[in-house]
Design a protein around this ligand. Structure first.
Ligand SMILES: N[C@@H](CCC(=O)N[C@@H](CS)C(=O)NCC(=O)O)C(=O)O
Length: 205
C-alpha cells in the first residue's frame, strides 16, 4: 500500500494520486499542507526537507517532487506509460518539465486571484494580465494537441497525467477563456479515465 501526503486541492498532489490510480496501486492519502498544516514537524521535514507536498512512500522508498513520483510509479508499476524509445520518451517528458516551469507559474496567479482570492492578486487588471500570460502557454498546448490524441503521440502516458492536471485547473477556473478545441477534446478523453476522476475534484480550490 502506497502512502501519499498532501491535500487534494494541490495540482502536484493530483499528479501523484492520478498516477497511483493509473498503475493500479492502492494508496492511502493523508491531508497535509494548506489549511491542514502538518508540514512543520520534524517527521515531515525528514521526509521532505522542502516541507512541500506531495510526498510518496512506497515501502522503504520515500520520494518528493511530483513529476519524479509520476515517473517512478510509471516505471515501477505502469505498463506503456513511458515510451521505450529515448526520443519518444524525451519528446513526451519535456511537457512535464514545461508544466512545472512554464504552465504552473503562469496559471498560479489566476488561481490566486479568482479562486483563492489572495491579497495582491485580485485586482481586475492583475487577473486580466495573468489570464493573458496563461493563455499564451495554453496556445502552445493547443498546437501540440492539434494533430495527435495525446501529448506524446498516439498513446496516453506520464506527460498526459502531469499536464492533464494543469488543464483541469485551467478549464475549471472562473475566467473567460479562448476556445481551445484540441485541448478540450484531449481533456475530455483524460477525464473519462477512472483514475483521473479520483484525482481531479471540482470545484478547483
Ligand atoms: N516542485 C514541487 C513543488 C511542490 C509544491 O509547490 N507544493 C505546494 C502545493 S502545490 C506546497 O507544498 N505548498 C504548501 C502547502 O500546501 O501548504 C513538486 O512538483 O512536487
Amino acid at each position: 500500500m502506497l502512502t501519499i501526503w498532501g491535500r487534494l486541492s494541490s495540482v502536484n498532489v493530483q499528479k501523484a494520486v492520478w498516477a497511483a490510480g493509473e498503475v493500479g496501486q492502492a494508496f492511502e492519502r493523508i491531508d497535509v499542507g494548506g489549511p491542514f498544516g502538518g508540514l512543520d514537524t520534524p517527521d515531515y521535514g525528514a521526509m521532505n526537507p522542502n516541507r512541500q507536498i506531495p510526498v510518496l512512500r512506497d515501502g522503504d522508498v520515500t520520494l518528493w517532487e511530483s513529476n519524479t513520483i509520476v515517473r517512478y510509479l510509471a516505471a515501477r508499476y505502469g505498463e506503456g506509460l513511458i515510451d521505450a524509445d529515448p526520443v519518444g520518451r524525451a519528446q513526451a517528458e519535456r511537457w512535464m518539465d514545461w508544466m512545472l516551469s512554464e504552465l504552473q507559474p503562469a496559471m498560479a496567479p489566476v488561481l490566486f486571484g479568482t479562486v483563492r482570492k489572495l491579497p495582491g492578486y485580485t485586482e481586475p487588471a492583475q487577473i486580466a494580465a495573468a489570464v493573458a500570460r496563461a493563455e499564451a502557454k495554453i496556445a502552445i498546448l493547443e498546437d501540440q494537441l492539434a494533430d495527435r490524441p495525446f501529448l506524446g503521440g498516439e498513446r496516453f502516458g506520464v506527460a498526459d497525467i502531469t499536464v492533464g492536471c494543469g488543464a483541469h485547473r485551467w478549464l475549471n477556473m472562473p475566467v473567460e477563456r479562448i476556445a481551445r478545441p484540441s485541448v478540450e477534446r484531449w481533456y475530455a478523453t483524460l477525464m473519462a479515465r477512472p483514475a483521473a476522476q479520483v484525482a481531479l475534484p471540482l470545484p478547483v480550490a
